[in-house]
Design a protein around this ligand. Structure first.
Ligand SMILES: Nc1ncnc2c1ncn2[C@@H]1O[C@H](COP(=O)(O)OP(=O)(O)OP(=O)(O)O)[C@@H](O)[C@H]1O
Length: 266
């Protein structure tokens, strides 16, 4: 089955200036992402997996226009190389992101109602009544009821906070949702239930980029997978291909580190 291409990223390269050793005065270029090429397809969750420091978050930051890059990237018709920084509202509505630590991303003094409604204030001209209805419906879609509206994020569990972060990201119907280690801080059961929720939230005309280091979770959740190592994508394929018969030695190491029970084809 061929699916519509929603994002096309070719030769994405991000270079930072870095002092190689303590005391070095001159920073040297360090390539965090090295000619990464990947597609994002409508109706699919694409996984980006690799060990810590392999460049996954830097790919996400480049797609959000938070870090400069070279190469070509077109997301939902937006050519990122010509898009200004910061990107226009239309792009920020189209591409939303959820990160690992919702406490950092969500204002701890604001109520859940205000946090989830904020993108509606920014991106739509809905009145307060419509906004409230939409917030309640979106909270329900992530498994939270209206009792959460007055609470602050400090009063929530990690899983509930991450659901609030997801509600805030999806309330404006983004075409691409980037999840950068969004489940990594959750316990296994909560992570599994949020993963099921994400699967249910995927629309046929939207895509998700799921970044993580847990290949077992990636296999359960994603349609396609790209494996990153030291800034390069070393292997790409369907989740079953990559996890079931890994071709690259590094992917084999990742697969071998998954407990047997999770690896078994079920
Ligand atoms: N602003 C920066 N300046 C210099 N180096 C950076 C910067 N941001 C990231 N790096 C480096 O780029 C490399 C890739 O970092 P990145 O955060 O993308 O890795 P990651 O795969 O997402 O890791 P993790 O799983 O731990 O989040 C790392 O070596 C990191 O130290």
């Amino acid at each position: 089955m061929t699916t519509e291409l929603l994002g096309s990223i070719e030769d994405l390269t991000v270079t930072f200036a870095r002092r190689p050793r303590w005391g070095d005065l001159r920073p040297k270029p360090f390539t965090a992402v090295d000619h990464a090429t990947l597609d994002l397809r409508a109706g699919e969750i694409t996984g980006l997996v690799g060990e810590s420091g392999s460049g996954k978050s830097t790919v996400a930051r480049a797609l959000l226009k938070l870090t400069p890059f070279t190469g070509d990237a077109t997301i939902c018709g937006f050519d990122l190389s010509t898009l200004p920084t910061p990107p226009p509202l239309a792009y920020r509505r189209t591409v939303q992101a959820v990160f690992q630590d919702p406490l950092q991303a969500l204002n701890p003094r604001h109520s859940v109602a205000d946090i989830v409604a904020e993108p509606l204030v920014l991106h739509t001209d809905l009145g307060s009544r419509e906004r409230r209805d939409r917030v309640i419906a979106t909270l329900e879609s992530v498994g939270l009821d209206s009792g959460f509206l007055p609470r602050t994020t400090r009063e929530l569990s990690g899983g509930q906070r991450q659901r609030v972060a997801i509600a805030r990201a999806i309330i404006v119907d983004p075409s691409l949702l980037i999840l950068d280690e969004a489940l990594s801080a959750l316990d296994v059961t909560t992570a599994a239930s949020v993963a099921r929720l994400l699967h249910g939230l995927l629309r046929p005309d939207s895509a998700m980029l799921f970044i993580g280091h847990d290949l077992a979770m990636i296999r359960q959740l994603c349609d396609r997978v790209h494996v990153m190592r030291e800034g390069r994508i070393v292997e790409s394929g369907t989740a079953d291909e990559v996890c079931g018969s890994p071709q690259h030695e590094y992917t084999r190491l990742l697969v071998d580190s998954i407990p047997q029970l999770l690896r078994a084809d079920t």
